[in-house]
Design a protein around this ligand. Structure first.
Ligand SMILES: *Cc1c(COP(=O)(O)O)cnc(C)c1O
Length: 387
C-alpha cells in the first residue's frame, strides 16, 4: 500500500481481517493474552515473534494498529503511541537526550518545564538557544551524542526553523534531531524527509482533532524507537486501547480536516491583514510573514494556527477575546472548533513583559486555532469582537 497517497493509506490501515466483515477492527481492551504453550509465550518474551503479551508493553492489537497508521503518516519505519504528548516527549528525551539537549527557538510550556525542572534536576545538560542564535548550534553540540530539539512552526508567533539546515549541522556533530511537529501535522510537514531523526506529536491536537482525547506519538526508525519503547513500558506511559481506537478513527479524516484547517486559516489571516485595528498577523501562509519563504520550502500547507496583534495592547486584546462568540476562549488547539487564547495570560504567563517582548510576543497578541466552521462566520465573529 505504500505507493498510495496518505488519505488512502490511513483509511485502509488495518492489521486484521475481521471475521464478521467489519471494515474496521474492534477495540481490544484486554490486558493479557493466552498462549497455546510455554514455548510460544517464550517466543514473544524473547522477541522471536511479535505476539501480544501484556498491554502496558504496547503489545495490544488496538495500540499496534494506531501505531501502524501513525508511522505511515510520517513515512516512518516505526511509531509509538503514548498516553499524552508529554509522555512521548519525556520518554524520547530520557532515551536519547541523556548526553545533553540543545533546544532551538520557542518551546511548548510543558516541554520547557520538563527540561528546566526535571531533565536538569536529573543532571542532563540542557541549553536553550534563541532562534536568532542558531549560529551557535555547532559550538553547543561540541562532541557527539547530543540531541537537538525544536518546534516549527513554534508557539505563539509561528516562527519557522529550517529543519534541513539544523539537521545537517546536527548530523555533522554526531547529534540526533527531534522535531515537535504538532502545529504543522504530518499532512503539512514531514520532518523525517527533511532530515530529522525523531518526530513528536501531541496527538491531543490535530491527530485526534475533536478535543476529546489525550494522546501522544513518536515516529522514527525501528532502531531509535526501541530504547524509547523500553522507557515507555517501564514508566507505564501507554495509550489506553480504547483511546488508541478513537485515535485510529480520527486519523482517517486527518487529511481532509487539515486541508480545511489550512483553507480557513488562510482566509482568516488574509481578512485580519486587511483590518485597520490589527497591527500584525503571524501566519506562515502570508507572503508578508517573515518565515514565509522557508515555510513554502518545507511545508505543503500552512496549518490552522495563527496569531494576531491587536492595536491597544493587552487590555484591547483581552476585550476582543472576551467578545468573541464562535471562537471559544480556551487553551489547546487542533480541534474542529475554533479557539482563542492570549499567550500573555496562558502559555507565556510566567514570563516577564521584557522576556515576552524579546520572544516576539507583543502585549496585544491573540493566538487563534482556526477550526472547521464556515470561514466567513469566523471572520465576521472576529470583526464584531474587534470593533
Ligand atoms: C499540547 C502540546 C504538547 C503537549 O501535549 P499533551 O498531549 O498536552 O501532553 C507538546 N507540544 C506542543 C507543540 C503542544 O501543542
Amino acid at each position: 500500500m505504500n505507493h498510495k497517497g496518505p488519505a488512502t493509506r490511513i483509511i485502509h490501515n488495518r492489521r486484521h481481517k475481521d471475521q464478521f466483515g467489519s471494515p474496521y477492527s474492534p477495540v481490544y481492551n484486554t490486558t493479557t493474552y493466552r498462549f497455546e504453550n510455554t514455548a510460544a509465550l517464550l517466543d514473544v518474551i524473547e522477541g522471536r515473534s511479535e505476539g501480544n503479551l501484556y498491554t502496558r508493553w504496547g503489545t495490544n492489537p488496538s495500540i499496534r494498529e494506531v501505531e501502524q497508521g501513525l508511522a505511515g503518516l510520517e513515512q516512518a519505519e516505526a511509531a509509538l503511541a503514548f498516553g499524552s504528548g508529554m509522555a512521548a516527549i519525556s520518554a524520547t528525551l530520557l532515551a536519547h537526550g541523556r548526553n545533553g539537549i540543545v533546544c532551538v527557538g520557542d518551546l511548548y510550556g510543558g516541554t520547557q518545564e520538563l527540561l528546566k525542572n526535571h531533565c536538569m534536576a536529573l543532571g542532563i545538560p540542557v541549553t536553550f538557544l534563541f532562534r536568532e542564535e542558531q549560529n551557535r548550534l555547532a559550538h553547543e553540540l561540541g562532541e557527539s551524542g547530543k540531541l537537538v530539539y525544536f518546534e516549527t512552526p513554534a508557539n505563539p508567533n509561528m516562527a519557522i526553523l529550517d529543519i534541513r539546515a539544523i539537521a545537517e549541522t546536527a548530523h555533522q556533530h554526531g547529534a540526533l534531531v527531534a522535531v515537535d511537529n504538532t502545529f504543522a501535522s504530518p499532512i503539512n510537514q514531514q520532518p523525517l524527509e527533511l532530515g530529522a531523526d525523531l518526530v513528536l506529536h501531541s496527538a491531543t491536537k490535530y491527530l485526534s482533532g475533536h478535543s476529546d482525547i489525550t494522546a501522544g506519538a513518536l515516529m522514527t526508525s525501528a532502531e531509535l524507537a526501541k530504547p524509547v519503547a523500553a522507557w515507555r513500558k517501564n514508566l507505564g506511559q501507554l495509550i489506553a486501547p480504547e483511546t488508541a481506537a478513537l485515535l485510529s478513527r480520527s486519523l482517517r479524516t486527518l487529511p481532509v480536516r487539515i486541508r480545511q484547517h489550512n483553507e480557513n486559516a488562510m482566509a482568516v489571516a488574509e481578512a485580519m491583514e486587511q483590518h485597520p485595528k490589527i497591527t500584525k498577523v503571524y501566519y506562515p501562509g502570508l507572503p508578508s510573514f517573515e518565515g514565509h519563504d522557508l515555510a513554502k520550502q518545507q511545508m505543503t500547507g500552512f496549518g490552522g494556527m495563527l496569531s494576531i496583534e491587536v492595536e491597544g495592547g493587552q487590555q484591547a486584546a483581552e476585550k476582543v477575546a472576551d467578545s468573541l462568540n464562535i471562537f471559544l476562549l480556551a487553551t489547546s488547539l487542533g480541534g474542529v472548533e475554533s479557539l482563542v487564547s492570549q499567550p500573555s495570560a496562558t502559555s507565556h504567563h510566567g514570563l516577564s513583559r521584557e522576556e515576552r517582548l524579546k520572544r516576539g510576543i507583543g502585549d496585544g497578541m491573540l493566538r487563534l486555532s482556526v477550526g472547521l466552521e464556515d470561514a466567513e462566520d469566523l471572520i465576521a465573529d472576529l470583526n464584531q469582537a474587534i470593533s
